[in-house]
Design a protein around this ligand. Structure first.
Ligand code: ARG
Length: 468
């Protein structure tokens, strides 16, 4: 492992001649991050290209040297695409791997790339570039997920579904209203990620190891070249800030929490007991033993994977707590957490989008039967009396008593004859039956944000304009 093509020609990967012995083989593996930070290869090359360009423009190297370094870096990019750039453990990390290959390609000139730069500002740059791109991908996936929900909502603009509180039947809703609630959550997720992105999009490059550099570098130039919106004002903060990983994990955790809630609903809806949706063969699996089964594996996996992302949030917070300034190797631990947060959230968003695109069908007949078969219109009986001057609390008590007797008799409110209503209160008239029909019960809830058809239609139009 004591490579002779090492970055400095020392004993191990990239150390100075201060080191006389190579690393213990176990420690070499323990220390290395190349197994996972190879994920950052493109961003490492991008950052190095910008750095090499800046070195040339600032006169720290000649413009020919700058061009040759950039060409060498692009050669490595091509080699990676062709599968011939295969770093080993002795490269330690992606940064050393690239630098070492550059030196192998260009000879002594390759050794000029690291001028005025440290791996500490380099890794921070790579990670931010990588995360910025993936946040953009997450926004696209969130939109696709929103669109999948919106299409179902548009298809069910008239379908009713029981609404629950405490998972007890509460009041009927438009199914579209229920689905749009998740579209709203996803929108907040998008806003949160966009906000995190602003703080991710700041360049630490040029902070060097921790204190800056005496060399006349131009941090603004590399920042602009890489599309960063600004530079860190403090070099210590630049190399030791991992707040953005925590913020991102928190935003991703909320995405997952929302997906998990929806996943739970799908699982419940698909049960025999609810029967509100039928799972299509595209997204459900069978049992190896029970031939009758069709399992909602996809939402179950989404629900289960939520724990990973929550766990990474806790892990990242714990990782940075107690770290003195500036760089500490502990930071190397941010990568696998961040990578897994991103991949898990991406996958779960895509999976749930597919479920709503083609993995389930709502069952209008079951939903209609469900909304007809409960006492979820009891509030509307009370509201009916309120409309005729009865104080709400008195109406509430009366209806409570009525529901109790109906439950005992096993009859529904809608099946009570007019005499029964009038015996309860003289204000009841023949229109009580229409007033408690579930469709009407929904129709009249037109307060802003309510489930009334008119309000939901407005929202469907609003979201269609935004998403379709
Ligand atoms: N592989 C390292 C990481 O991920 C790169 C930075 C190393 N810097 C250092 N001073 N050892 O954090």
């Amino acid at each position: 492992m004591a490579g002779t093509d090492g970055v400095t020609g020392g004993t191990g990967a990239g150390w100075s001649d201060r080191f006389e012995q190579g690393l213990h083989p176990f420690i070499e593996r323990f220390n290395a991050s190349i197994g996972f930070d190879i994920t950052l290869l493109q961003e490492d090359l991008d950052g190095s290209v910008a750095h090499a360009r800046m070195l040339g423009r600032c006169g720290l190297i000649s413009s020919d040297e700058s061009a040759a370094l950039i060409e060498g870096l692009e050669t490595i990019r091509r080699e990676a695409a062709a599968g011939s750039f295969v770093p080993g453990l002795d490269d330690e990390d992606v940064h050393f791997a690239v630098e070492r290959r550059l030196i192998a390609l260009l000879g002594p000139l390759g050794k000029k790339l690291h001028t005025g730069r440290s791996r500490n500002d380099q890794v921070g740059t790579d990670l931010r570039l990588w995360l910025r791109r993936r946040i953009d991908g997450l926004d696209e996936r969130l939109q696709r997920f929103q669109r999948a929900l919106l299409h179902q909502a548009l298809d069910h603009a008239e379908t009713l579904i029981p609404g629950y509180t405490h998972l007890q039947r509460a009041q009927p809703l438009l199914l579209a209203h229920h689905l749009l609630a998740y579209v709203e959550m996803a929108q907040r997720d998008r806003e949160r990620l966009a906000d995190v992105r602003r703080r991710v999009n700041v360049s630490p490059l040029g902070a060097a190891a921790l204190a800056g550099t005496p060399l006349p570098i131009d941090r603004r130039a590399t920042a602009a070249d890489l599309g960063f919106e600004g530079v860190y004002a403090n070099s210590l903060d630049a190399v030791s800030d991992r707040d953005f990983t925590v913020e991102f994990a928190a935003a991703a955790s909320l995405v997952m929490a929302h997906l998990s809630r929806l996943a739970e609903e799908v699982i419940v809806w698909a049960s025999e007991e609810f029967g509100f949706v039928r799972l299509s063969d595209r997204c459900a699996t069978g049992s190896s033993l029970m031939p009758q089964k069709k399992n909602p594996d996809v939402p179950e996996l989404v629900r289960g994977k939520t724990g990973r992302v929550f766990g990474h949030l806790q892990g990242l917070l714990t990782m940075i707590k107690g770290l003195p300034l500036a760089y500490n190797k502990d930071f190397q631990e941010d990568k696998e957490a961040l990578f897994d947060c991103v991949r898990t959230t991406e996958d779960c968003l895509e999976a749930m989008a597919i479920v709503f695109e083609e993995g389930l069908a709502f069952r209008p007949e079951r939903l209609a039967r469900a909304v007809q078969s409960d006492y979820a219109n009891a509030t509307d009986v009370a509201d009916y009396l309120v409309g005729r001057g009865v104080p709400f609390r008195e109406a509430y008590q009366l209806v409570g008593g009525l529901v109790k007797t109906c439950l005992e008799e096993g009859v529904l409110l809608r099946d009570l004859p007019l005499e029964r209503w009038q015996a309860l209160h003289p204000s009841f008239e023949a229109d009580i039956h229409a007033a408690i029909d579930p469709r009407r019960v929904v129709e009249v809830r037109t307060s802003e944000g309510g489930t009334g058809h008119r309000r939901v239609r407005e929202q469907l139009e609003r979201w269609s304009a935004l998403l379709l």
